[in-house]
Each structure stands twice: as C-alpha cells, then as structure tokens.
Design a protein around this ligand. Sequence first.
Ligand SMILES: NC(=O)c1ccc[n+]([C@@H]2O[C@H](COP(=O)([O-])OP(=O)(O)OC[C@H]3O[C@@H](n4cnc5c(N)ncnc54)[C@H](O)[C@@H]3O)[C@@H](O)[C@H]2O)c1
Length: 301
Amino acid sequence: MSSQPAGLKDRAVVVTGAGRGLGEAFAVHLAQAGARVVVNDIDAGLAESAAENIRRYGGQAVASGHDVADPEQAQALVDLCVGEFGGIDGLVNNAGLNYEALPWQEEPGRIRELVGVNVLGPIYTGVAAVKAMKAQGRGGALVNVSSGASLGQRKLGVYSASKGAVASLTYSWALDLEEEGIRVNAICPLAHTRMVWKSERSLRNCPPDRTPSRIAPLVLFLLSDDAEGITGQVVRCNGPQLHIVGQPYLKAPILERDSWDTETVRRAFDEVFGAHLEPYGLEKRVPPRLRKWTQTPLRSA
Ligand SMILES: NC(=O)c1ccc[n+]([C@@H]2O[C@H](COP(=O)([O-])OP(=O)(O)OC[C@H]3O[C@@H](n4cnc5c(N)ncnc54)[C@H](O)[C@@H]3O)[C@@H](O)[C@H]2O)c1
C-alpha cells in the first residue's frame, strides 16, 4: 500500500471541475487520504455522483454545481466548504475548457467562455478561498492547474494563453501569500481524459494507461504538510515523468543606454541579440533568422 502524505486527514479541500477526469481523481484520492472534499462541477449531476461515490467508500464529500467563472458562485462554492466543514485548507483550481483553433478561426464567444473558466475561474475561486484562509489564520495551500501548452502550442493559442495566465498567477500569489502561510503551486498534468479524446494529436501523446490517478499523488503532496517550504513552483507530471517547469526570466545581456530609437534597436538585434534569440513554443522552434545556422549544413566552399 502506498503511503499517504502527512496532515491531509480532516483537511477541507475544494476541487473544481471534479465531476470527471483529473478533478474526480484528485477528489477521490484526497478523500482516501482522509480529507473532507467539496466536489465541484458545473455539471451538478456529475458532481453529485462523484461525491456519492466517495461517500459510498467511507469518504467525506459534498457536491457543488457552482460555475467558477461567476464570482458570486465562486464565493458560494467556498462558503459551502466553510459551512459544511468549518473552514477551507486547500483549493485545487482544476476546472477547465479547451478547444483547437487557428487564430483566424477564433470566435469571440468561445474565447470569452474559455478565458472565463480557465483564467477568471481560478482567480475568483482563489480570491474567495484566500480571504477565508486568511480569516482562519491557519494557512492553506492552492494548487492551480496549468498546462505544458502554456509554453506555446500550435492551434492552442487561447488555451495556452489561459494556462500561461495561471502560471503567472501562481508566481504572483506565491509572493503575496507566503507571509500568510498560504502556499501556491501549479501543476502541468497529462492524462487520458475527455480533453485528450477530443484531439488526435493529444491522443498520440497520451495513451490510455496515462490515467488521471497517476497525477493525483503530486496534487496530494503539494496540498499536504510534506510540501512545507514549497511555493511558487510549476511542476509537470505526464505519468512517467515528473519535473519542475523553468520560469521565464530576464535574459542577459541587458543592454543599456539613455534611450532607444529604432536605429539603435535594429543595431542591438543585428549585433547582439541575433545570437540570443530563443527557440519558441513547447516544440522549441528555432526562429527563422537563426535557422540557417542550425539547420543547413555549413559548407566551407
Ligand atoms: N487532460 C490533460 O492531459 C490535461 C493536460 C494539461 C492540463 N489539463 C487541465 O486539467 C484540468 C482538468 O482537465 P481534464 O482533462 O480532467 O478535463 P475534463 O474535461 O475531463 O474535466 C474538466 C471538468 O471541468 C468542468 N467545468 C468546466 N467548466 C466549469 C465551470 N465553469 N465551473 C465548474 N466546473 C467546470 C467540466 O464540466 C469537466 O467535468 C483542466 O484545467 C485542463 O486544462 C489537462
């Protein structure tokens, strides 16, 4: 039997989007570790059956059908946790949407819906949770669900942007909340769920044995006291691999002059930055200006 992380027993944890997929696995594993779980999903029927399933096996769970993209419902979700379990110790911001589209295929309604759930959802729910945790004065832990797509992926611009926002939120809130004893980390999961079934490319990278349960131990660890001192981190787990995701940084050389005009910017690129351009996207595509040096075999003649 695998060991459970320390201090999850009787902790009150909200998991959003937990009616199926990764969120359901996180909720089930948390309940097995003794936590009291609010199983949230906008599909209230799914949330209720997932919570019922946990209770059937002796766990403690209540269901919520709140929409995390609505600030009042996000507040009501946290209030439900405090009302049922006397407080809130953890939040897993897992609810999310995705779709594939090239930039010229985008439609405002679909963009707004995705940003509403993937960006505003974690912000609204996080704000409500943090206020309650601060009032309780016993700290807490947030786990946001980002994605490897935040590094940039074809046909996933809006989704990638939303998950990049989640990573930035994680770094910023980790700074703000350290002194309150609230840790904020993010995960980049990969698992065989509905989100993957919809995309041929994702299916190729994610065989059925990559079950959501394989990601749950990471979430439990990050929520638990075993992760004391760990905050502001983005951690990727795709089943077999587990690693930290490097953070964006200000790259040297940093050139300085009183002011920059177009001509000096051009010279900076020609003379200095030409050699410092970064491969971009998850696929690490070499920028066109550098490609002739990296892809064409150099001939001396
Ligand atoms: N599956 C993967 O490989 C993968 C990879 C990277 C990131 N993620 C992220 O993991 C999270 C879970 O994804 P999944 O693969 O389990 O997807 P999923 O579609 O199986 O589950 C997402 C759940 O969120 C719920 N939801 C949607 N909008 C909601 C709202 N407004 N309020 C409350 N619940 C809402 C849905 O009803 C659904 O049950 C998402 O944030 C996703 O972006 C997944």
